[in-house]
Ligand binder design. Structure first.
Ligand code: SAH
Length: 215
């Protein structure tokens, strides 16, 4: 895998575009500028890596649009050493961004094929601090709970109770909720009975599905 001056140039432009759309988190912008997004796409589609669009990664799934990754990450506001659960590993790009920002990442994928691909890539890239799991994200990871933060990268029909349970008091969950299109929600867990919900714009994600799918 190679990163070239041309790729770096394209990335710089993409970051300017994302900034102009309202992303201000300096640490995040730095990491997005440093991480070659084309490593997460098939070689044949390298050209598309630096266009601000979602892109197919096989098995009917997509790598989220760079702006969407940035928007969700900015809402989540990850800090060094925080324990973060991601639902929907997909290509592994979002997990990698969180890890490079210093978080300890736990990421779940329901499709075995994507899980294996992402694991292999993340190992090759030698990003530490990411643990991948082939499981149904609806259940979360009770054995590693509670988490400081949770990010869901598939569109959910409703807020999954089990995930709220696995959040620390004061913890934050960023999740797109809705059927055809989704509202981005920033949920804060106030105590074991209460959450507060902020709505932050409309997005379109692939669906959050129950159960796992073997390769
Ligand atoms: N974060 C990814 C985006 C992937 S798209 C990236 O950076 O590339 C959403 C992913 O969520 C898909 O790979 C899909 O298979 C997965 N997904 C959907 N429902 C899930 C569930 N219940 N548990 C775990 N993963 C799920």
């Amino acid at each position: 895998m190679k990163d070239s001056y041309r790729h770096k140039g394209l990335r710089k432009k993409l970051i300017e575009e994302i900034k102009s759309k309202g992303i201000t988190n300096e640490g995040l912008l730095k990491v997005m500028e440093a991480l070659p997004r084309h490593f997460f796409l098939d070689k044949a589609f390298e050209e598309w890596a630096y266009v601000d669009k979602a892109f197919p990664i096989g098995n009917d799934q997509t790598i989220s649009q760079p702006y969407t990754v940035a928007f969700q990450t900015q809402l989540l506001d990850p800090h060094k050493r925080e324990k973060i659960l991601e639902i929907g590993t997909g290509s592994g790009y979002q997990a990698c961004i969180l890890a490079l920002m210093g978080a300890r990442v736990y990421s779940i994928e329901r499709q075995e094929l994507l899980y294996h691909r992402a694991m292999e890539l993340l190992e090759k890239l030698e990003v530490g601090n990411i643990r991948c799991f082939f499981k149904d994200g609806f259940k979360g990871l009770p054995e590693f709970a509670p988490f400081d933060k949770i990010i869901v990268t598939a569109g959910a029909k409703e807020i999954p109770e089990k995930l709220v349970e696995q959040l620390k008091i004061g913890g934050i969950m960023v999740i797109p909720v809705g059927e055809k299109s989704q509202k981005m929600l920033k949920i804060t867990k106030i105590n074991d009975e209460e959450i507060s919900i902020e709505e932050r714009g409309d997005f379109r994600f692939v669906p959050f599905l129950k159960g796992t799918k073997k390769a």
